[in-house]
Design a binder for this molecule. Structure first.
Ligand SMILES: NC(=O)c1ccc[n+]([C@@H]2O[C@H](COP(=O)([O-])OP(=O)(O)OC[C@H]3O[C@@H](n4cnc5c(N)ncnc54)[C@H](OP(=O)(O)O)[C@@H]3O)[C@@H](O)[C@H]2O)c1
Length: 252
């Protein structure tokens, strides 16, 4: 529970899935507002806008969240420089890619694709929670936030469709809620939350933006400012909860 002498008073943050979209914007806003003295950011594809950012406070590390060894290696690298993280923000997620589209009906259900949704959107988050735990066992306030999605709310599902994405985000919510309960014992100052960012203009939402009214389609800049406001207002009693971009609680 102690900081090593070299990092006392230094604030460190880790943004996971920072190669593009919301994760990349978190990196930009952490740097522009000087929110952390040391910022670690992970990317999957080495060719990303992230690695173009030249800032002595930033260290970029490779991490495919489906590979626990890569998560462990990144955490080990961070541990060579610090024993404490004050923010961990996991922005990894998949909705579609060149081989996978969200299912519109049961006819499109495919076991391999379903498992891929779970592997990236759910399992990755809890492997991260497992590996990063030693860096959250300190005496300062810490935040472990994972970007989920409102469509992962079971109670709020009135439209159907998107089986794999919805189910994998619901599983993520449960895994983070369970992590919050264990962290209360092991890292009592760490607040664990899942967050709905609102529909945000990124690669992930691009094919599905047609019916979104312009005022409901947020820029990454707006989304990250809103999520940071939510994070700044959290209390320890909020750990284990699922919040929307405006700070309201979402039903499970
Ligand atoms: N945009 C929205 O409207 C919206 C709405 C609700 C929830 N969300 C959630 O917000 C989060 C961020 O999404 P976004 O909108 O910023 O989309 P995005 O621009 O597509 O970013 C997704 C990020 O996840 C990373 N990623 C995907 N698979 C990975 C893996 N196996 N290992 C490591 N990283 C991986 C991507 O890395 P690469 O750059 O290497 O592909 C990328 O950095 C996701 O969890 C998403 O589900 C978004």
């Amino acid at each position: 529970m102690t900081d090593s002498p070299r990092d006392v008073n230094l604030r460190s943050a880790l943004i996971v899935g920072a190669g593009q979209g919301i994760g990349l914007e978190f990196v930009k806003q952490f740097l522009s507002t000087n929110r952390a003295d040391r910022l670690y950011a992970t990317y999957r594809k080495p060719k990303s806008d992230l690695v173009e950012i030249a800032d002595p406070r930033l260290r970029c590390l490779p991490m495919d969240i489906t590979d626990e060894t890569q998560i462990a290696d990144a955490i080990a690298e961070i541990q060579t420089e610090t024993s404490a993280l004050h923010y961990v923000i996991n922005c990894v997620g998949i909705l579609h890619d060149s081989i996978m589209q969200p299912e519109k009906s049961l006819r499109q259900i495919n076991a391999e694709n379903l498992l891929r949704y779970f592997q990236i959107n759910s399992v990755g988050g809890v492997l991260l929670a497992k590996q990063v735990q030693p860096l959250l066992k300190h005496r300062d306030r810490a935040l472990f936030a994972t970007i989920s999605a409102k469509v992962g709310s079971i109670g709020d599902n009135h439209l159907g469709g998107w089986y794999g994405y919805r189910a994998s985000k619901a599983a993520l919510n449960m895994l983070m809620r369970t992590t919050a309960i264990e962290y209360k014992r092991t890292c009592p100052r760490a607040i664990v939350v899942t967050l709905h960012p609102g529909t945000t203009d990124t690669e992930l939402s691009r094919p599905f933006q047609r019916n979104v009214p312009p005022e409901k389609l947020f820029s990454c800049d707006r989304t990250v400012k809103q999520l940071l406001t939510v994070l700044d207002g959290l209390q320890e009693r909020d750990s284990g909860e699922f919040f929307s971009w405006d700070g309201s609680r979402l039903p499970w």
